[in-house]
Ligand binder design. Structure first.
Ligand SMILES: Nc1c(C(=O)O)ncn1[C@@H]1O[C@H](COP(=O)(O)O)[C@@H](O)[C@H]1O
Length: 164
């Protein structure tokens, strides 16, 4: 799915080391059969590539960018500054400060350049994908139907598990 169809979601991350977190976003997109691409892009280490990625994403058909980064996590904000696409930021859990540094770096954007910031770590990556699916679902009733089924299944599972 990620390679064959034209991608609608760009999943980018500051380092290969973020993959264990960001794979949760990719897996969720796959479960909804939403075409995506995944790339390592760093504002700090590959600034020219980041600029190219952000400025060409829209013309390539990307609708939403999910950007994960840890520590001094400037990637989501810098990408948001160079595109008008919605950018969802995932704070990756850092070794030194458990992701609080990542969260604050992503969430505290100056007015005018929005980044939709998710929770730290795996749940944030999963929810970034679900939020992307919800956004795409506003113009795609088939996706909305899948989202409703996902939520119903989730609710039923929790109710079943409540019978201890
Ligand atoms: N925060 C950023 C950016 C950026 O924001 O441009 N580029 C890499 N990184 C982060 O550095 C951490 C450590 O990276 P390494 O494991 O490669 O040393 C990763 O979590 C990455 O997201």
């Amino acid at each position: 799915m990620s390679q064959a169809t034209k991608p609608l979601v760009g999943v980018i991350m500051g380092s290969k080391s973020d993959w264990e977190t960001m794979r949760h976003a990719c897996e969720m997109l796959e479960s909804f059969e939403v075409a995506y691409e995944k790339r390592v892009v760093s504002a700090h280490r590959t600034p020219a590539w980041m600029n190219e990625y952000a400025t060409t994403a829209q013309e390539r058909g990307i609708k939403i960018i999910i950007a994960g980064a840890g520590g001094a996590a400037h990637l989501p904000g810098m990408v948001a500054s160079q595109t008008t696409l919605p950018v969802l930021g995932v704070p990756v859990k850092s070794r030194a400060l458990s992701g609080l540094d990542s969260l604050l770096s992503i969430v505290q954007m100056p007015g005018g350049i929005p980044v939709g910031t998710l929770a730290i770590g795996d749940a944030g990556a999963k929810n970034a994908a679900l939020l992307a699916v919800r956004i795409l679902g506003t113009a795609d009733t088939a996706l909305q139907t899948k989202l409703a089924a996902f939520q119903e299944e989730q609710t039923n599972k929790v109710l079943e598990d409540s019978e201890l």
